[in-house]
Design a protein around this ligand. Structure first.
Ligand SMILES: C[S@@+](CC[C@H](N)C(=O)[O-])C[C@H]1O[C@@H](n2cnc3c(N)ncnc32)[C@H](O)[C@@H]1O
Length: 305
């Protein structure tokens, strides 16, 4: 009888909450964030089981995959607390979130974009509120929230673009609000998120790139081996884990070309990311045509077999 179970449906026993067969492309962005995966979310989700229990996203960032999946039941987390404050406001107080952005945008329109950006940045460095973070994410150069090594201060200069109009932002908040109603948001380390996943669930991991993101939040001291050990334990409990890793650059070295534990991943799907935002930023805004990046999506189970 076992042979007759469709292997792609192994996660459908019991507490089914989510399905992937009705997921459509969706490009409306809320936050700007380095490494945001929304453009590739459809390809990433296509590798998940068609039906499963709870969806877990321990390295949420701008939630590109969460937004496209719009899960019925999910646990989403990030260790950067002000960012989780933005997500909690999106879910529970969307008008407040839209208002935070509008207040700062209008102050900038009235008093000068550069001066208001610097004011918001200084206030964020003193108080780390989600209200200031949401504006910085839209107004910072390249949408890169980076931190100075010396004192941990957010140090990105203002972007040269005009941040999105508050009416348009409010419309995005409304669209995203509807998509996160099944999700609980937590400010916590990924270790705690892993401990909460049960058999039949899916975890999607998009950790900071240990090779190139040391100026970004949480990338310093991030230990990929610890994450791999937790993935192995989750797999043994019957959790399906998908892991995005910074893959080969067409132009040079592969930062994550390291040996992975044998047998941990049964399948790998290449995801083409296009020109690297971060690299562009580090090069002072020059466009690097041809600097194509391919992310690796590693899967603990091959559900096609
Ligand atoms: C590559 S980004 C995720 C991007 C996301 N997939 C998106 O679409 O925007 C990695 C995220 O991991 C978070 N992070 C870093 N260290 C962490 C840790 N130890 N536990 C949980 N989150 C962490 C960072 O704050 C950052 O938001």
């Amino acid at each position: 009888m076992r042979d007759q179970i469709d292997p792609s449906d192994r996660w459908a026993a019991g507490r089914i909450a989510n399905r992937t067969d009705d997921v459509r492309m969706w490009k409306t962005q809320l936050l700007k964030w380095v490494g945001a995966k929304q453009r590739f979310a459809h390809d990433i989700i296509a590798a998940f089981p068609p039906r499963f229990g709870t969806y877990h996203e321990p390295f949420l960032g701008a939630g590109g995959v969460l937004g496209v999946l719009a899960p019925k039941r999910a646990e989403a987390a990030d260790s950067f607390a002000p960012l989780i404050g933005v997500w909690q406001a999106l879910r529970d107080e969307p008008a407040t979130l839209a208002g935070w952005y509008r207040d700062r945008w209008e102050a900038a329109e009235a008093g000068g974009w550069a001066a208001e950006y610097d004011r918001v940045k200084a206030r964020f460095n003193a108080g780390r509120t989600p209200a200031d973070l949401i504006y910085l994410s839209r107004a910072a150069y390249g949408g890169v929230i980076r931190f100075r090594r010396r004192d941990g201060h957010m140090s990105t200069p203002a972007g040269s673009h005009r941040p999105i109009h508050p009416d348009k932002f409010a419309a995005r908040v409304a669209a995203w609000h509807a998509r996160v109603q099944g999700t609980n948001f937590h400010a916590r380390d990924y270790a705690e998120s892993f401990a909460r996943a049960r058999g039949g669930d899916v975890i999607y991991c998009d950790p900071p790139y240990s090779g190139s993101q040391s100026i970004l939040y949480g990338a310093q001291g991030f230990d990929l081996d610890d994450l791999l050990a937790r993935i192995a334990r989750a797999k043994r409990r019957g959790v399906f884990v998908a892991l995005s890793l910074d893959g080969a650059r067409a132009s040079g070295a592969a930062p994550e070309a390291r040996a992975l534990p044998p047998g941990l991943f049964e399948r790998e799907v290449p995801i083409t990311l296009g020109a690297s935002m971060l690299k562009r930023f580090q090069m002072g805004g020059q466009s690097l045509a041809g600097e194509r990046v391919v992310d690796r999506l590693l899967l603990t189970h091959d559900i096609r077999t």
